[in-house]
Write a protein that binds this ligand. Structure first.
Ligand code: B3K
Ligand code: ZN
Length: 884
């Protein structure tokens, strides 16, 4: 373990910057290994800062060439330059101009932060603190400046030059092979939103007229030759812009909006002002190379980054503790967009599946933290499911509580008040408190308290009095950081369902007209009168709060909900709960009462007969069993991943057998006859057909090989081809191996498709997989420094393959530890992300736990860990995780 205490940043220590930078002029002389950057900064003392403070600019690995103040070169004695900072201890106490010249090497930049090269193109990534790798700066989100960027480059190497804002000038440098472009962004912004791109790129574009008649040029830039694959992203952008005008009244504010796809990128995409930079995985799509899920992701991420233009850029964050202010809100906005563009219930279910798989597990493990953390060592480790997904749930709960109209009024007020500022969570909540007159201070606990609350509910029917009573209690597990957890304000959307399917009135003054009860105490009860028959309660409709529930409902009652609830989310949830009970029973060897399975199968068949085709995507979700990590979380202690895997295979087989004729019918009747359409309805039919194939194969492997083999050969799109290969992957034998080889050959020149191929093989749940993964690391298309490749092969093995990563001999853990250390030397952010695969280690049974701990300690002992990996490994080993 490292001995020095890493620097901890605390929310309570926030103070305004001592200086402000009003204007920034940047000149870039792009060069592969020696790019010159001249930054001219109009600086002034901040009236809210300390009067006698030194000027301390942030830096990271920059090579200082010259510095001058108001045009006078500063002699060595007047400043102090180190790789991490540039300090002027006696700066003028009036506005002044500081000019800084630095030199950087974009080719050597394997961290992919700051200015770097991807496939020969220049690009940048500055959030959270990459700008300081370009020049010395006040690299904090509450310093907002107006930027002008001049980019000069070799004409052959970088014919396209893009910056933030509007293009103002471009030209050729006479007598040379160089050219330049100047961009000006009139909107003040923090440095993390700065971007530039220079390279050889093709584009697709269109004109867009905003709601108030502003003409905007939209363009998506991609590797030349791939332009046809950018059409869907451009279409998604236009739809996002229109939607944000209609639903939030937000209009775009520059003459151009550019998106650039690059193939080396640490995350999904980045919302730089007017110049979004994307991982090409979330831009490029064609029916032959992208799946329905890819299309849906592209649509969602294009929307997300575009929506940041208001929730993030026009209104930014005061400090990084407020990250959820832009991320949670923007995820909420992109989820709403996708729900409007697609099927709302289906989208809600997939949101909740992600939340449970990623956020609930984080909240129950050693990396748990509040949506607004109180402290961090490395901010890049806080772009988490908690900040993003739970952050979005908080915004959703707010809307559920106050209603759609007040929510919109509150959003309008927030944007109006905070436009052009760096805001806080308090500013956000104040807007809603002001429009509704409500006190939201209790609700604000959602930002402060880590852990998933558990709500326990008991229902009692009094036949004589015709009353129905619901008793609620809530609790959140204590952690050593937060030993005392207060009750939360939990909106419970609910209804009562009669056993014959009728709707029972739920009259109670404690329920809002939208059917929402606010549980804000540790215990509370609701009594309904005039309830004419014993009801089945349908609670947390639409998943109205991010909580776990313990509800004493019998399987029979749950199956009534599956059949009759008017809330589609709870119909799905009912089937999942019954399946989960069976899976936990099978995995832990506890008795499953006779008839449980038959009842379930009977209900599934009835469901399939009655309304399977009304929304095939929904049916597919009902027929999909909870994942292995969900089951592990439900068991929560002494987890045996092998037993879970066997249990899931067994239930899959039982359902496949019991529903064979319907499944075969779906499979036959849903075959795609028309040409590929990525819309939600067509994708839904494909997903039901492919889920049917999987269950049929689970029941009858020979039939599986036959059907999947044929589908693999004849598929006309990637969704169906990959689905059939996924089914074959569960069936060891020559058919599978041949298909794997064939797929690898067919897409040999398609890196993004080969990623799917890496993932699929890394996820095969059998003994030989670790060796297979090690072999694939020698594949010519694999490169450990490329985040997409590393995540597809190493990340998928660790996060998707529960039995092989958690091998009882510990080899899966050792492998990941070794990879983390290797990647850390190149790209700490990527390494830290891979390391989060250990987040469930404490839940494992003793033997595995011992191996995991050893692997983590091995990482921790490395003397040259990055701060990113050091932080995750240290927190993973701390004894602070929630016990539930
Ligand atoms: N804001 C970026 C994420 C930056 C991550 C920095 N480590 C993308 C997004 O959330 O839209
Ligand atoms: Zn975001």
């Amino acid at each position: 373990m490292r001995t020095e205490t890493p620097h901890v940043v605390r929310l309570e220590d926030y103070r305004p910057s001592d200086f402000l930078i009003d204007r920034v002029e940047l000149d870039f002389q792009l060069h592969p290994t020696a790019t010159r950057v001249t930054a001219t900064l109009a600086i002034r003392p901040n009236p809210e800062g300390r009067a006698d403070a030194p000027l301390v600019l942030d830096g990271d690995d920059v090579n200082l060439k010259a510095v001058s103040l108001d045009g006078r070169a500063l002699p060595g004695g007047e400043f102090e330059a180190a790789p991490q900072s540039l300090v002027i201890s006696q700066p003028p106490r009036r506005p002044f101009t500081l000019t800084i010249e630095t030199e950087i090497d974009p080719t050597a930049n394997t961290k992919l932060m700051g200015l770097y090269r991807s496939s020969g193109n220049y690009c940048t990534q500055c959030e959270a603190d990459g700008f300081r790798r370009i020049t010395y700066f006040l690299d904090r989100p509450d310093v907002l400046s107006v930027y002008t960027t001049r980019i000069e480059a070799d004409r052959d190497e970088a014919p396209v030059l893009l910056g933030n804002g509007n293009p103002v000038e471009s030209g050729i440098i006479e007598g040379t092979n160089r050219h330049y472009a100047v961009w000006h962004d009139p909107h003040p912004k923090p440095a993390y939103l700065f971007a530039l791109v220079g390279g050889r790129l093709g584009k697709v574009g269109t004109d867009f007229t905003t709601m108030n008649g502003r003409k905007v040029k939209l363009a998506v830039y991609v590797e030349p030759g791939k332009e046809v694959r950018a059409g869907y992203a451009l279409d998604a952008l236009e739809r996002s812009m229109r939607w944000d005008e209609r639903v939030f009244g937000r209009e775009y504010d520059l003459d151009e909006f550019n998106i650039v796809a690059v193939s080396d990128f640490n995350m999904g995409a980045m919302e730089n002002k007017g110049l979004n930079i994307f991982n090409d995985k979330y831009v490029l799509a064609s029916p032959e190379t992208a799946t329905d899920a890819d299309y849906a992701n592209i649509e969602a991420i294009i929307a997300h980054e575009y929506f940041h233009n208001w929730s993030g850029n026009r209104v930014t964050c005061r400090d990084w503790f407020q990250l959820c202010l832009k991320e949670g809100l923007t995820v909420f906005r992109d989820q709403e967009f996708s729900s409007d563009e697609r099927s709302r219930p289906v989208h809600r279910i997939s949101e909740v599946k992600t939340l449970r798989a990623r956020q609930f597990s984080e909240d129950a493990g050693p990396l748990a933290h509040p949506v607004r953390p109180q402290q961090y060592r490395e901010i890049n480790n806080f772009y988490t499911a908690t900040v993003y997904e739970k952050g979005a749930e908080i915004v959703r709960m707010l809307k559920t509580m106050i209603g759609a109209d007040d929510f919109r009024r509150g959003m309008d007020l927030y944007f109006e008040r905070c436009d052009g500022t760096a805001a806080t969570v308090e500013d956000f909540l104040r807007a809603f408190a002001d429009v509704t007159g409500r006190d939201l201070s209790h609700f604000a606990r959602w930002y402060e308290q880590a852990g998933t609350p558990r709500v326990t509910v008991k229902g009692t029917y009094d036949e004589t009095a015709q009353t129905y009573r619901l008793d609620f209690t809530q609790a959140t597990a204590a952690t050593s950081e937060q030993p005392r957890k207060e009750p939360m304000a939990i909106p419970v959307a609910l209804g009562l369902v009669a056993r014959d399917g009728g709707v029972l009135e739920t009259v109670s003054e404690r329920i809002s007209p939208q059917g929402v009860f606010l549980l804000d105490k540790a215990q509370d009860s609701l009594i309904f009168s005039n309830v004419t028959s014993r009801p089945v309660p349908s609670l947390f409709r639409g998943f109205s709060a991010p909580v776990k529930t313990s509800l004493a409902l019998s399987n029979e009652e749950l199956l009534i909900l599956l059949r009759h609830d008017t809330d589609p989310f709870n119909r799905w949830q009912a089937a999942q709960t019954v399946a989960m009970r069976l899976l936990v029973g099978l995995a832990t060897g506890t008795m499953i009462p006779n008839g449980y399975f038959d009842e379930f199968a009977f209900a599934l068949r009835a469901f399939m007969e009655a309304d399977a085709m009304r929304d095939p995507a929904f049916t597919a979700l009902v027929l999909t069993l909870p994942g292995e990590t969900d089951i592990a979380q439900e068991i929560a202690t002494d987890v045996d991943p092998d037993a879970i895997h066997r249990a899931r295979l067994e239930l899959r087989q039982l359902i496949g057998r019991a529903c064979a004729s319907q499944l075969q019918h779906f499979y036959d009747s849903l075959a795609d006859t028309d040409s590929y359409n990525p819309d939600a309805a067509s994708a839904g039919r494909r997903s039901l057909r492919n889920v049917s194939l999987d269950l049929l194969a689970g029941a009858n492997p020979d039939l599986g090989v036959e059907l999947a083999g044929r589908q693999f050969e004849t598929a006309s799109n990637m969704t169906d081809r990959l689905a059939s290969l996924g089914v074959l992957a569960t069936l060891p034998g020559d058919a599978r191996e041949n298909a794997i080889v064939q797929f690898g050959e067919r897409y040999r020149d398609e890196p993004l498709v080969l990623d799917k191929w890496f993932t699929l093989q890394a996820a095969i749940q059998e003994d030989g997989t670790l060796d297979r993964v090690k072999q694939l690391m020698n594949h010519r298309a694999f490169s450990i420094g490329n985040p997409n490749r590393a995540r597809s092969l190493i990340g998928s093995f660790a996060m998707m393959n529960q039995t092989q990563f958690n091998r009882v001999d510990g080899q899966g853990y050792d492998f990941l530890a070794e990879m983390v250390l290797r990647v850390d030397e190149l790209n700490p952010q990527l390494a830290a992300r891979l390391l989060t695969a250990f987040s469930m280690w404490r839940m494992m049974e003793e033997k595995r736990r011992g191996h995991a701990k050893k692997a983590l300690l091995h990482i921790a002992e490395n003397p040259s860990l990055s701060r990113d990996v050091g932080d995750i490994v240290q927190r993973s080993l701390e004894e602070t995780q929630a016990k539930q």
